[in-house]
Design a protein around this ligand. Structure first.
Ligand SMILES: [Zn+2]
Length: 212
């Protein structure tokens, strides 16, 4: 039906957007030896998969990426699927959540900037802070970073700033995707999606979890 997925940008394939259709026949998706491929799941356009809004929805390409680190090496797997989004959420389809490494780097940079600012303002600081400039900067940098990522993820009521679907796990054996686990931010859409892909779920090929 479609060509072998290229390494970077997978070809677009038409999405079956009929809400009641259940994916049948071969429940194992072909995956190329490269690290990116397309999924062929049923993604009903029932509501926005991020905020849950109904009405005018757009099927947007959502690259789901899982990165694994082995010391300094890493492997990256990207599986692409189309999900329904409202106009307000469509930008989140490609907004990948930062991994822990990026968060640690961000905390280091914020700490360094805080340290500089504290050094400049050292004379007007409270004694406890001016005598512990380094420890104080690390603590402030860490807290600011945690607060920032918390607000991005949970601060907008009913909507996440990042991709509302994430790839938790994928088992690939001999070029075939044997098992797939997806996490949804929106519990309502997770239920709709689960119903539309019941066969894969009952075969334990697909596992769906909703974020609390
Ligand atoms: Zn939305």
């Amino acid at each position: 039906m479609h060509k072998e997925a290229p390494s970077v940008a997978p070809d677009k394939i038409p999405v079956d957007d009929t809400p009641t259709t259940i994916q049948e026949e071969n429940p194992v998706f072909f995956i190329s030896s490269r690290t990116s491929a397309e999924l062929s799941l049923t993604t009903p356009p029932e509501c926005c998969c991020n905020c849950g809004a109904r009405g005018e929805l757009e099927m947007a390409e959502t690259p789901l990426t899982r990165v694994r680190y082995f010391f300094i090496f890493g492997t990256e797997l990207t599986l692409t699927e189309f999900f329904p989004y409202c106009a307000g959420c469509v930008k989140t389809a490609k907004r990948v959540r930062q991994g822990w490494l990026a968060k640690v780097l961000a905390a280091c940079m914020v700490s360094a900037a805080t340290f500089l600012a504290l050094v400049i303002a050292a004379e007007s600081l409270p004694k406890i802070l001016s005598t512990h400039l380094f420890a104080g900067s690390v603590l402030i940098g860490f807290l600011l970073t945690v607060a920032y990522f918390y607000v991005q993820e949970w601060g907008r009521k009913g909507r996440t700033h990042y991709q509302p679907v994430s790839l938790v796990d994928a088992d690939i054996e001999e070029g075939l995707l044997k098992k797939l686990k997806l996490r949804f931010y929106n519990a309502e859409y997770a239920a709709v999606f689960q119903n539309a892909n019941l066969e894969l779920v009952s075969l334990r090929r697909l596992e769906i979890v909703a974020k609390a």
